[in-house]
Design a protein around this ligand. Structure first.
Ligand code: HEC
Length: 141
């Protein structure tokens, strides 16, 4: 009978040690929960792949001839913080010279921006998603 208790206590201690080790490992490395919070501050969740694709469209279309982001490009028309002022539709209108932006822009800007209207819709949507990341204090990736 006595040996039986010793055996039970030994097994129980073993299980306890494994559980403690597992809990400790979780506490030491809580990347799942904390990592997500750091990556997405107060922004609506924007798909990272779309954001990247949108940035590539911006670069490929030469938007930086006239615009700057995070100090890169033409400093005359910085886009930093533009998403604080404009919603997705507004960003799209100003990027493409459509809607109210069509009459507000100079003829030269309209000529450039009109050509973007021919881009594939998927590229335009990605571009707008990327523009939405341009909030005050945020630099573009
Ligand atoms: C030929 C120069 C030129 C090019 C190239 C150009 N833009 Fe613009 N863009 C302008 C001008 C001019 C304005 C109006 C700025 C203003 O009124 O403050 C403007 C305004 C904007 C705005 C609104 C800015 C604000 O502060 O309200 C966005 C967004 C924008 N452009 C995005 C783009 C994107 C994206 C591209 C590339 C696909 C692009 N632009 C290419 C000249 C250009």
């Amino acid at each position: 009978m006595r040996e039986r208790w010793v055996w039970i206590v030994a097994v129980a201690s073993g299980v306890l040690v494994v559980l403690l080790a597992w809990t400790f490992a979780k506490l030491q490395n809580p990347t799942d929960a904390v990592g997500l919070e750091v990556a997405a501050p107060s922004l609506p969740k924007l798909d990272a792949a779309l954001v990247q694709a949108g940035h590539r469209v911006y670069q490929a279309q030469g938007c930086a001839l006239c615009h700057a982001v995070a100090g890169e490009g033409n400093p005359r028309l910085p886009l930093d913080g533009v998403a604080d002022r404009l919603d997705a539709q507004g960003l799209r209108n100003w990027a493409l010279a459509t809607g109210p932006a069509a009459t507000a822009l100079s003829a030269r800007a309209v000529r450039m921006k009109e050509s973007y209207q021919e881009l594939p819709e998927a590229d335009l949507q990605a571009l707008v998603v990327w523009l939405q990341t341009l909030r005050r204090g945020e630099s573009a990736r």
